[in-house]
Write a protein that binds this ligand. Sequence first.
Ligand SMILES: *[C@@H]1O[C@H](CO)[C@@H](O)[C@H](O)[C@H]1NC(C)=O
Length: 512
Amino acid sequence: MRCTSVVLFILSCSCLATGLKILCIFPVVSYSHYTSGYILAKDLANRGHEVTFISPFQSEESVKNLRNFTLIGLQEKWEAIKNEVVLFRMNKIPILLTILQMGNSGLQMVERTLAHEVIQTLLKSNEKFDAVILEQFVNDGLTSIAYHFEAVPILFSTAPAGTWTNHLIGNPDIPSYIPQIYLPSPIRKDFYQRTKNFLVFIFQKLYDHLYFYPKQNQIVHKYFPKHPHIYDLIHNVSLILFNSNTAYSGSAPLLPNMIEIGGFHVQPPKKLPDDLQKILDNSKDGVIYFSLGTLLNSKDLSPTLRNDILKSFSKLKQTILWKYEDDLPEASNNVIIRKWFPQSDLLAHPNVKLFITHGGLLSTIESLYRGVPIIGIPVYGDQKLNIGNAVNRGYGVTIDYRELSGETLSDALKEVLENPKYSETAKYGSRILKDQLTKPLDRAEYWIDYVVRHKGARQFRAASLDLTWYQHISLDVVLFLTAVTIVMFVIFYKIIKWWIGRCRRTKKQKTN
Ligand SMILES: *[C@@H]1O[C@H](CO)[C@@H](O)[C@H](O)[C@H]1NC(C)=O
């Protein structure tokens, strides 16, 4: 009798414990990164998992099963840097310097996150987690947190599979056709482009292994003296979720534990505010939406440039909705200024003909999802790559920020508005993006659950992770075979030489 009740008790416990305990850490101070993470975390919570979400931002809403912690202070530190740097100037920074800067900001992120009270309190608690989902963004050392909790390490990557992530999981990373994140794609057969991509790839590798990972290792061991080396931690990742999709990021090799969930953040369009709905409905000639995202501010554009832009807008018959953070009395009647627009919902309106964007990943995905072509004005980070993808696939054109003027903008507007190719390609891309066997968030949950269920799913671990870099590219084998070939040629040559010599000698003897 007692035995049965114990069994029943255990059964009921295991029935209740269907949800996983998941810790999500999204430490990047960028609202779009936070948004991606938050949507994923909220979805997991809605599906009955017990989710703890940590980021530099604060969420107002209260969601069942979802616990929010804010990394207070990280945002303020970033604001201070941002004001010094002036993001628009980042356009002029050479690519190699960008790698160094990103590396340094990554190291600071690892240090600040590990040192943060919220993380320290959690580490000292008796909490248990089944999985830790970390946003990978030059901060892989934070996988040490997963090791601490004996939880399955999972990464979420805003960028498509590339040099940041491929080496972690043993995926091929081939510089002849996989673009480096700060370079505009596409890499085609162009020799110059391939050389540049290769050199940046090598530079990134050298930087990572000579400076970045040793440095991260030091930081990790400052907080976790008993942890294994950082390479053991990062090469233990069980699953990577990518915010990519072939519709915009192209086709590339992916191991079975690299899952693309691009487009997951786009939700069915919500009802627009009445006034905005009216504006959109009444703009029979179409609407152009212009926003430089959340980090860049349109109000920081130089006054000359701003006036040039306004002048080229004033010549259009379309209505322009411009996310502008200040008053703009000079604007013509067809330009409507607001500090904020419900971007994703607005793009779903059939009258929206074009989106002028800085090329942030979420913006470009939303635009494609809604089938709206773009004019991209990329400034920094992955924006060139995102816009490059749009140009390559034919649903957008790009204007280099340095060349942005009333004239270049007018030319780009004319091109995209008058040539139906752009809008047709955008609509085609939208259909591809939506045509998937399973929904991205269903897939995310399935794989998270899968790797926990199978204790890290070691069967996915690629053999390449056990090879050194020169073994990986078969350099040792090639060198060995080259050496053998050379030795054989030398021996062959010697034999022939000896043989010819002997023949000559015998001939001489005979004639003598
Ligand atoms: C690797 O991950 C598994 C769980 O997936 C964990 O049990 C193991 O301790 C980890 N090892 C290292 C070196 O991180």
